[in-house]
Structures are given as structure tokens and as C-alpha cells.
Design a protein around this ligand. Structure first.
Ligand code: PFF
Length: 476
């Protein structure tokens, strides 16, 4: 017989796990590069508005739906009505696809952490750029290292296996003993490392330019229909970053006890996630400007640009490089365990329904789901961001293809449907009653208003915006 699926040991532990899920590559990588591309301050402003008016609303809804059903994402939507099961199914499929590429990127972080150790100790697996003279030489060395690594299939696959193996190990440990225990140590450690990196970054000569880029009001990006595209980019980023629309918060909510204050948790998680995103911006932007690099290099910012920054910092550079990429690795793994859990959980529910107490064990479910994502991830790793010439679906590199299906399509569609469902079709009572079990629902009127009138509209724009971006349709 198998025991209960799991329950959080403490509210602090739950918060660390939920914040750990939210804080990930999205904050440190996505937030900085999208801010770099979408006009600095203009992006920041819209991002904050979306987190308050849309992110918070879906956060409360998902946590409440999970706790009221006491089940993973598929059964939580099915509990509302059989015909809504498909929304829950998207909520389980999406994280599975995300895990396939997220763990490859997590593997890249491990490679970079190792590479900086190599630079520090003069070992052969270094990045080869340490002590480069000037920004140009450092950029060239960093570019070269990056493209050689991603195209080196055995190496990229090896690091992916290491990353996903660690993820599986933690999830096999269970909700309280695995996920919660790990997050309770990892998140404070990440916070301290981030603070150290910020101090280094903002004290570099010339760092003020980066701060100006982030915080000086500048609305040029809003011109014409520019504001719609900033809205779509910021909306997609906010949802990915908050781990919304992908079954995660429903799953984590289902392990919460009835006397926890859902409203307070739904406020703390987005605040913490946003603070860390801004802190990550503070760690990245000032350094990028101080060393004369470009902030708008897109996805290359995290690896190529930042590694060049560390290489050109002199002898201390690799130490900061190691610290920084270890921090990103921690952020990534606390997210990837939540992604895996969101798929494992509905499967355990499903077998429980069929076989009762003889349902699949956590260990077996995790190994099979994790194993599937591991195999899919091998394709992403072997593809090397489209550099190795293997078959590419619809002309996308595999990473972008999985990202399109999950973050680009299912995530905004699922969130929009959740808002329409709770706002209009069945009404918000289910969520309100659940929140009010534990505490007074102080933001109830704000919640209902945003759920009905703001969230569906913004999510529709995000959906169109994401498809527009992926297919370069030029709608906005
Ligand atoms: N929120 C994580 C990040 O910002 O990197 C990523 C993430 C976690 C995405 C969980 C999706 C998800 F379901």
C-alpha cells in the first residue's frame, strides 16, 4: 500500500518551495534579457502592473483550486466539471514539455559553474576566456566557448542528464522530505549569493548607466502599437516567472492544509518573485553596462555576455562567475522540481482512482515521468539550439518548439480559460469559499473585478502576442 501523496511540513517550507518554483531562469535570464530588449523602464512598469492585476488573481485562483480539490491539476479541473478536464490536461502536458528544455538550460548552468572553476584553478575544462584583455577579446572568447559547448552533443547531453537526475532525486524524496527540505536551504543560499553578486556589479566603475537603463523613466518603447507588444512580452514573462498557467500552483496548493492563509501566500509569492527579478536585473545590467557590453543581446545575455563580463573582470572574475552560475543553477533546480512534481502528481491521482491504495508509488511515477522528460531533453540537448543540424519541427529549434507549445500557447490559453471559467461560467464562489476557510478575503472585490474584466483580456493579448513573436507575424 502506498502512503498519502504528501503535505507541506510548515507554511515557511511551502513558501520557500513555491517561491523556489517561481524564482528560476525566468527571473535571472528571461527578465533581464526581455527588459533589455523591450525598453528597460517601460517593460518594468508594465510588468509590475500585470503582476498586480493579473498574476495575483491567477495565483489566488490556482492555489484555491488545488487546495479545494486536494488533487493535482487534471483532477482539480475535473472536479469543477468533466468538460473542463482538458484545461487540467494542458496544465500537466505543458510542464512536461518545459522540463525537457528547462533541464537542458539547467545543464548549461552547471557547465558554466564548472567552467569558471576551471578558469579559477587553471584546469582544462575552463571557459578559455579568463583574464582576457578588454571587452572585445572577452566577448570573442565567450562566444566561441558557448557555441562550441552547445554543439558538443555528448557534453550537452551529459550535463542535461546530471541536472535532470538531481531533479528526479529530490522529487523522489517526496513533498516534505524532498522538495520542501531542499528549498528551505537552497532559497536562502540563493538570496545571499545574489546579494554578493549585486554588490560586485553595482560597484564596478560605470555601473550607473545600467541603473539608469532600469529605473529612468523612458517610454519610447510605447510608441505606436509598441505598448501592445511590451504588454504581450511582459505578460508572457510574468506568467512564466510566476509559474502560473502550468499546473504548478494548483499542485502545490493541493498539499496545503486548510488553516493556511491562501490570500497572504498569494501575495507573498509574487512579491518575492518580483523582488528577485529586479535584484537579478541589478546583478546583471550594471555589470553589462560597466564593461561596455550590449543589454539587448537577447537569450545570449546570460551565457555569452555575462561570461564575457566575468572573463574581463581580472583574476577575481572566475570566482564571481562560479558564484553567479551556481546561483542560477539553484534557481533553476528549485523550479524544475516543481515542474516535475506537477506532472507526477496527476498521474498518482489517476492511478489512485483506478487502483485505490495500490496506486503507483511516488518513486515509480517520478522515474517514469522524469525518464520521459529526460529522453525528450536529449533531443533538445543534441539540437544545440539549432546549431547541430538535426531535424527541426516547423523550422524551429527544438527548444523554441517546446517553448512555443507550452509557454507560447497552452500557458496563456489555460490561464485565460481559468479566468473565464471562474469569472463568468461557474462564478468565483469556489475560490472565495476556499480562501475564506482560512481567513478573511480582504481583496475579494478587487479579485472578482480583475478576474472578470482584466485577466481574460490581458491573457488574450498575451496569447496573440506570443504567437506573433514566435512566428514573426508582425501583428503588433
Ligand atoms: N518560474 C520559473 C522561472 O521563472 O524560471 C520557471 C517555471 C517553473 C516555468 C514552473 C514553468 C513552470 F511550470
Amino acid at each position: 500500500m502506498n502512503q498519502k501523496k504528501g503535505q507541506w511540513g510548515s507554511n515557511f517550507g511551502f513558501l520557500m518551495a513555491a517561491i523556489g518554483s517561481a524564482v528560476g531562469l525566468g527571473n535571472i535570464w528571461g527578465f533581464s534579457y526581455k527588459m533589455g530588449k523591450a525598453g528597460g523602464f517601460a517593460f518594468l512598469l508594465i510588468y509590475l502592473i500585470i503582476v498586480v492585476f493579473v498574476g495575483y488573481v491567477i495565483m489566488v485562483s490556482e492555489l484555491a483550486l488545488g487546495r479545494s480539490a486536494g488533487k493535482g491539476v487534471v483532477h482539480a479541473y475535473r472536479a469543477i466539471g468533466k468538460r473542463y478536464t482538458w484545461i487540467g490536461m494542458m496544465g500537466a502536458l505543458s510542464p512536461f514539455l518545459i522540463l525537457a528544455f528547462y533541464s537542458v538550460l539547467g545543464g548549461y548552468c552547471l557547465r558554466y559553474a564548472a567552467g569558471n572553476i576551471g578558469d579559477l584553478l587553471g584546469l582544462p575544462f575552463g571557459t578559455g576566456g579568463a583574464g582576457a584583455m578588454g571587452a572585445e577579446a572577452a566577448s570573442a572568447a565567450s562566444n566561441d566557448f558557448f557555441f562550441r559547448f552547445v554543439a558538443d552533443q555528448p557534453s550537452a547531453i551529459g550535463y542535461h542528464l546530471l541536472f535532470i537526475g538531481l531533479t528526479i532525486l529530490i522529487v523522489v524524496g517526496g513533498v516534505s522530505k524532498g522538495i520542501e527540505s531542499f528549498s528551505k536551504v537552497a532559497m536562502p543560499a540563493l538570496f545571499i549569493m545574489l546579494c554578493i553578486t549585486i554588490v560586485r556589479s553595482v560597484t564596478l566603475p560605470g555601473a550607473a548607466e545600467g541603473l539608469r537603463f532600469m529605473f529612468q523613466p523612458d517610454f519610447r518603447a510605447f510608441q505606436g502599437t509598441g505598448w501592445i507588444s511590451v504588454l504581450a512580452i511582459a505578460g508572457g514573462q510574468a506568467f512564466f516567472s510566476l509559474s502560473l498557467g502550468m499546473g504548478i500552483m494548483v499542485t502545490y496548493g493541493s498539499y496545503l492544509s486548510k488553516n493556511e492563509n491562501l490570500e497572504r501566500s498569494a501575495l507573498i509569492i509574487p512579491i518575492a518573485d518580483t523582488v528577485v527579478a529586479i535584484m537579478a536585473g541589478l546583478a546583471v545590467m550594471p555589470a553589462v553596462f560597466a564593461l561596455g557590453m550590449e543589454p539587448d543581446s537577447g537569450p545570449m545575455l546570460l551565457f555569452v555576455t555575462l561570461q564575457a563580463v566575468f572573463s574581463s573582470m581580472g583574476t577575481i572574475g572566475p570566482l564571481f562567475g562560479f558564484l553567479f552560475y551556481t546561483l542560477v543553477f539553484i534557481a533553476a533546480i528549485t523550479s524544475s522540481i516543481s515542474i516535475l512534481e506537477a506532472v507526477v502528481s496527476p498521474w498518482m491521482d489517476w492511478t489512485e482512482e483506478k487502483y485505490g491504495t495500490e496506486r503507483v508509488s511516488r518513486k515509480k511515477a517520478t522515474l517514469i515521468v522524469g525518464g520521459g522528460a529526460l529522453l525528450l531533453g536529449c533531443i533538445v540537448a543534441a539540437d544545440g539550439l539549432g546549431t547541430t543540424g538535426i531535424f527541426q519541427p516547423l523550422g524551429f529549434c527544438w527548444l523554441d518548439f517546446f517553448d512555443l507549445l507550452s509557454e507560447g500557447f497552452m500557458m496563456p490559453l489555460g490561464s485565460m480559460m481559468t479566468a473565464v471559467l471562474l469569472g463568468w461560467l461557474i462564478g468565483p464562489e469556489r475560490v472565495i469559499n476556499e480562501v475564506e476557510i482560512g481567513s478573511e478575503f480582504r481583496t475579494k472585490r478587487f479579485y472578482i473585478f480583475c478576474l472578470r474584466f482584466v485577466t481574460p483580456f490581458v491573457m488574450l493579448l498575451v496569447l496573440i502576442g506570443q504567437i506573433d513573436q514566435f512566428f514573426h507575424l508582425g501583428i503588433f
